[in-house]
Design a protein around this ligand. Structure first.
Ligand code: PGA
Length: 257
């Protein structure tokens, strides 16, 4: 399978940004700008705006889909402050993030929790964007490949090959997230090739060739074309630039190939 057979994917992770009016305005602009893209485009607003973002999208005939940044994997019960997968589905979300570096390194999620979340979301029929990537000190110590391998194997532990169609991977070197620093396209391509090779060794050549692997970390309109031009980079997970519909749209356009 060639690059062209993998549908490009661009996710907009709004993180803890926007407010009610801002989220509605942003989704309106995103659907106007990117709603008919051939790429798969998913936005991940804060929980509290999911319903209104979903409502603003419905009826517009847009290809943009709704996702959620986080969730708790138990189905329901005494989990103060948590949001379940069924609640997210109820709000129209069809995609979730797991393993984002801010949840790993700021909030303290472990590999095993990320695995539990990944499996629960797949079992619930959701698409999962599983994020992996090394810290700066890990990169400087030559541990990039080992960290990616550990996080990938742990994240997908117990996930059957038959569920991989619901999985998208995102390689996000932590030192590049929100910092304005980007991995060179060559470094990113190198990491992506190794990650694809790992998927092959864990599953099969067919699974590896179908798996979409996104790059994330300070993707902007000015670097997206070069990054997405690399043969193993199938799109991006976008933070800061997803808050501006024109920038995000230019990044979505950069997947055209
Ligand atoms: P950034 O965030 O684009 O602001 O670097 C990327 C991410 O966290 O996925």
């Amino acid at each position: 399978m060639s690059t062209a057979d993998r549908k490009p994917f661009v996710g907009g992770n709004w993180k803890m940004n926007t407010n009610s009016a801002g989220a509605s305005a942003l989704i309106g602009a995103v659907t106007d700008r990117s709603g008919s893209s051939d790429a798969e485009v998913v936005v991940y607003p804060p929980f509290v705006y999911l319903r209104e973002v979903g409502a603003a999208m419905s009826g517009k005939g847009t290809n943009v889909r709704l996702g959620a940044q986080d969730f708790r994997h138990e189905p329901d019960g005494a989990m103060t402050g948590c949001i379940s997968l069924s609640m997210l589905k109820d709000c129209g979300a069809t995609s979730v993030l797991t393993g984002h570096s801010e949840r790993r390194h700021v909030i303290g999620e472990s590999d095993s929790l990320i695995n539990a979340k990944t499996k629960a979301a797949l079992d619930a029929g959701m698409q999962v964007v599983l994020c992996i990537g090394e810290l700066l000190e890990e990169r400087e110590a030559g541990q990039t490949d080992a960290v990616n391998e550990r996080q990938l194997r742990a994240g997908l532990d117990g996930v059957a090959e038959s569920q991989l169609g619901q999985v998208v991977l995102a390689y996000e070197p932590v030192w590049a997230i929100g910092t304005g620093k980007t991995a060179t396209s060559g470094d990113a391509q190198d990491a992506h090739t190794k990650i694809r090779g790992l998927v092959e060794s864990m599953y099969s050549a067919d699974a590896a060739s179908k798996m979409r692997i996104l790059y994330g970390g300070s993707v902007k309109p000015g670097n997206a074309v070069e990054l997405f031009g690399m043969p193993d980079i199938d799109g991006g997970l976008i933070g800061g630039a997803s808050l501006n519909a024109d920038d995000f749209g230019a990044i979505v356009d950069a997947t055209g190939r």
